[in-house]
Design a protein around this ligand. Structure first.
Ligand code: AMP
Ligand code: TRP
Length: 334
């Protein structure tokens, strides 16, 4: 046994991963693999809360697994698995449904936003945060590293856990959200006032982790800047575009703000864009090389995921058993 804190996080296999996901979330998961006992889950059950094409979902799930491995999630140090491979998630979600008031779910911001975009809203979409609570509570997770938008779901997880512990007996650990301090919030290149996101149809919005060098150069060349000429980090909304480019440069090169401003002193926005594009291309190259190698051998990825699922089953089975006992189910011998 070790006394490291348990970390759990999930990511949906929908849309293409971009540098915002990498710099804001995945890189942190990777860097903290030694500090925490980490469990990462590809949440396909969550993905189907909105319509998905079956083949596309399968493709995206494999691709996400390959990308997470290529980014440095190390199956020897962390558990990586696909949610639908571990039936305890759906089972615990059902039991938690029975202690979760509907009005707690109806007031979730993400539900309201997503429901507004659907013609017909599934029960699953409303129930999404209960499944997320099941994910987290099954592993007695202490910490949940997520973006700011997920804070409400982690709070709800605590509320559900507290209510279950109160209605039955003490069963669940109350988890805490681990939200990165300001910094790596990467903005859209075509619109530096909105966050870079997976779900956008505009061509020059983001940089995908698998984008080829010419696409990256084309996107960065079109990035919105301003009519000035100062290449400095700045909180001024006018300079949001330049600030975003400098932030991207910084996270890829690891240089200090001062070094970067000195480096660009006297240069123009054209030079800035060229160098940012090259820094991103260089930063992504090893990830892309590892991904391409892994993608040649999907059987190995499937094997790693199966081993991850096995470990996830081993770790979640006692929790589910504890829950069933506390609820009053008869536990079969086998
Ligand atoms: P999503 O793309 O919403 O599924 O988010 C997956 C993870 O990436 C979450 O932990 C987000 O907080 C993080 N993330 C998404 N977009 C950005 C961004 N533009 N900048 C930094 N982090 C992001
Ligand atoms: N809802 C999360 C998102 O959209 C994904 C997720 C599912 C998750 N289950 C989780 C995140 C458990 C953290 C913990 O980003």
């Amino acid at each position: 046994m070790n006394d490291k804190k348990i970390v759990f996080s999930g990511i949906q296999p929908s849309g293409n991963l971009h540098i915002g996901n990498y710099l804001g979330a995945i890189q942190r998961w990777v860097d903290n693999q030694d500090a925490y006992d980490s469990i990462f889950c590809i949440v396909d059950l969550h993905a189907i809360t909105v319509p998905q094409d079956a083949e596309e979902l399968r493709t995206q799930t494999r691709k996400l697994a390959g990308l997470l491995l290529a980014c440095g999630i190390d199956p020897d140090r962390s558990v990586l698995f696909i949610q639908s491979h571990v039936t305890a998630h759906a089972e615990l979600a059902w039991i938690l449904n029975c202690v979760t008031p509907v009005n707690w779910l109806e007031r979730m911001t993400q539900y309201k936003q997503k429901a507004a975009k659907q013609k017909s809203v599934s029960t699953g979409l409303l129930d999404y945060p209960v499944l997320q609570a099941a994910d987290i509570l099954l592993y007695d997770a202490d910490l949940v590293p997520v973006g700011e938008d997920q804070r409400q779901h982690v709070e709800l997880t605590r509320d559900i856990a507290r209510r279950f512990n109160h209605l039955h007996s003490e069963t669940f650990v109350l988890p805490e959200a681990l939200i990165a301090k300001a910094g790596a919030r990467i903005m859209g290149l075509d619109n530096p006032t909105s966050k870079m996101s997976k779900s956008t149809d505009t061509r020059y919005h983001g940089i995908g982790l698998l984008d080829d060098p010419d696409d990256i150069r084309a996107t960065v060349r079109r990035a919105v800047t301003d009519s000035g000429r100062d290449i400095v980090f700045s909180a001024d909304p006018e300079k949001a575009g330049v600030n975003n480019l400098l932030t991207i440069y910084q996270v890829f090169t690891g240089q200090s703000s001062q070094e970067i401003e000195d480096h660009f002193a006297g240069k123009g926005y054209g030079d800035l864009k060229t160098e940012v594009a090259e820094a991103a291309i260089e930063g992504l190259r090893p990830i892309q090389q590892r991904y391409n190698k892994l993608a040649e051998d999907p059987a190995t990825i499937d094997k790693l995921l199966e081993a991850g699922a096995e470990e996830a089953r081993r770790r979640s089975t006692p929790t589910l058993k504890r829950v069933k006992e506390h609820v009053g189910f008869i536990i079969p011998d086998s």
